[in-house]
Design a protein around this ligand. Structure first.
Ligand code: NDP
Length: 350
């Protein structure tokens, strides 16, 4: 049980990111003061939307420079606060050349860096960590080992490594490390949000994030010949942001939370877009045969191992705990995808 003083600023790490931007915005709209960290204050392209929020919510938003790999760089932002929402972590699944350097080290060292700062700074009472369903499970085939092929917060990803699903591996190691560090002390508690694939409108015009890139590829016809027959959980970025804030300010909030609106095949996303936008976008209308995915998948970052263990496999996620523990509600995915397309159109990104 932790009651957070809502008059004190809340720290959000990685404020330039897709999810963190919405957390910052909602906190400001709730009347809170926010301190957010970015890698560089000089990179105005990445922080344009934060500068706009700063202008709108006068004196309520402060930006700090911090890097996951630089020890002590989060201390200044965290000094004197009770609630830290740690979201910053590299998120990409394609084009990985050195998984250890690009994914595992920043995720793991960043978690240590932020949580060690929380250990040093005696005002901190609660940390909310953005983990992922990737820390719950790796491949869909792993669902054959769990009741009803449905993953819950009890499950941990045990099948990723540096060579197979390295992003999922980085999230698993980082979340485990966070629980270890938390257990060694009693002043602050840890509440974890485990989102599935996050979609929905972005507050920035960046195209380099994995979620935004997925939607861009879907609309730009990259998958026009078909998509892999694979199931994924999807969730709205605005609901994920709300989950973090509820996790921060609900005194009784506890543990891990699968945060996912619905599991659907990739083709389901295309169907919703086609229904709403007609022929405006050349979205896929069929699944690719598995044999073909083996051949062309590697060009899209899908290894043979991924194809073998995910295509045509069942998988479900149980999100009940996020509803009962946090009081979270989920908007329908149709709204998520439609709002995402509309935002990309109006931002001139298509
Ligand atoms: P983004 O890529 O938009 O955001 C990642 C953030 O991490 C950015 O602010 C980025 O900074 C920051 N970051 C990366 N490396 C460093 C570093 N070395 N030092 C400081 N900051 C760094 O991704 P999302 O918003 O989608 O992801 C945010 C979090 O949510 C991550 O922890 C991700 O694993 C998790 N997540 C995302 C899901 C999704 O579908 N989007 C699903 C489940 C979990 P910069 O802007 O400078 O690049």
């Amino acid at each position: 049980m932790k009651t957070i003083n809502s008059a004190l600023p809340v720290v959000v790490t990685g404020g330039s990111g897709y999810i963190a931007s919405w957390i910052v915005k909602y906190l400001l709209e709730d009347g809170k003061s926010v301190r957010t960290t970015v890698r560089s204050l000089k990179d105005t392209k990445k922080i344009e939307h934060l500068l706009e929020l700063q202008n709108k919510f006068k004196d309520k938003l402060t930006l700090f420079e911090a890097d996951l790999l630089t020890d002590g760089s989060f201390d200044k932002a965290i000094e004197g606060v009770e609630l830290v929402i740690h979201t910053a972590s590299p998120f990409f699944v394609a084009g990985i050349k050195d998984a250890k350097k690009q994914l595992v080290e920043p995720a793991l060292q960043g978690t240590r860096n932020v949580l060690n700062a929380c250990n040093r700074i005696s005002s901190v009472k609660r940390v909310v960590l953005t983990s992922s369903v990737a820390a719950i499970h790796s491949d869909n085939i792993d669902s054959l080992k769990v009741p009803n092929n449905t993953f819950t917060e009890e499950h941990w990803n045990t099948t990723s490594n540096l060579n197979h699903q390295p992003y999922a591996y980085s999230k698993t190691l980082a979340e485990k490390e966070a629980w270890e560090i938390q257990k060694r002390q009693t002043r602050w508690d840890l509440v974890v949000i485990n989102p599935s694939f996050v979609m929905g409108p972005s507050l920035s015009k960046r195209l380099d994030g994995t979620s935004v890139e997925f939607m861009k590829n879907m609309l730009k016809g990259v998958f026009r010949t078909g998509v892999p027959d694979t199931k994924m959980g999807f969730v709205d970025v605005r609901d994920v942001a709300k989950a973090h804030i509820l996790a921060g300010f609900t005194p009784s909030a506890k543990g891990r939370h699968i945060t996912s609106a619905e599991v659907m095949p990739m083709l389901g996303v295309a169907k919703i877009i086609k229904e709403k936008f007609g022929k405006r976008y050349s979205v896929p209308t069929n699944n690719l045969p598995k044999a073909l995915v083996y051949v062309i998948g590697p060009f899209f970052g899908l290894s043979w191992g991924y194809t073998k263990n995910n295509i045509g496999q069942p998988m479900n996620l149980n999100h009940e705990y996020s509803k009962t523990d946090l009081g979270l509600t989920y908007r329908p995915l149709t709204e998520t995808f439609v709002d995402h397309v509309n935002q990309m159109e109006s931002s001139g990104l298509l």
